[in-house]
Write a protein that binds this ligand. Structure first.
Ligand code: NI
Length: 188
């Protein structure tokens, strides 16, 4: 496994629409492993292939194991655990992920992105969803997600369509973040 370079704004590759994976071969599995290693190394909870300059519909995430038992724990406790990394690791790899349906509720959550490090903003998104994808064993899987994982899935699939979390906030806030971030990243 290897750690890949995560591209940042304003890299134009972040705006591409990634291509469907047609064959789940060894190369794809290696990319997924590299993506997870790169994500953990950068202390992220999600990463899309386009962020490491790979034009394929692949995403990885780890929002912790307890996300699947949301009734056992309050939202605040859960967010605390995520921040302090007390959750059991629960890596998820998705090939050609596609959201099938959204729940009715909208939730606002603070988001960040490894391609815009150091900048966060509140984003409103559906709080639950159903997603289908191909897993690393070439099996078709349908997953129901809510809370942080649902946010993460939407954020990462957005990346595969050239969309960043700042595209979901006001134009003014977006421009402020972009201006500051680009200035900071291009300083050296
Ligand atoms: Ni991101």
């Amino acid at each position: 496994m290897s750690i890949m370079e995560i591209i940042k704004v304003p890299n134009p590759f972040l705006k591409i629409t990634a291509k469907l994976v047609v064959d789940v071969n060894k190369n794809i599995l290696t990319i997924l492993d590299d993506m997870l290693e790169t994500m953990y190394h950068a202390n992220g909870i999600g990463l899309a292939a386009t962020q490491i300059s790979i034009d394929k519909r692949l995403i990885v995430m780890d929002c912790g194991k307890n996300n699947f038992e949301p009734k056992d724990i309050s939202e605040e406790e859960y967010n605390e655990k995520i921040k302090s990394k007390k959750l059991e690791p629960f890596p998820i790899k998705m090939i050609n992920p596609e959201i099938i349906s959204f729940g009715k509720n909208i939730e606002e959550r603070e988001e960040g992105c490894l391609s815009i490090p150091g900048y966060n903003a509140n984003v409103k998104r559906p709080s639950s969803l159903k997603v289908s994808y191909i897993d690393e064993n070439k099996k078709s899987v349908t997953l129901e997600a809510n809370g942080l994982l649902a946010t993460c899935i939407q954020h990462e699939i957005d990346h595969l369509n050239g969309i960043l979390f700042i595209d979901h906030i006001s134009k003014l806030k977006k421009e402020i973040i972009l201006k500051k971030a680009i200035k900071e990243y291009t300083k050296n």
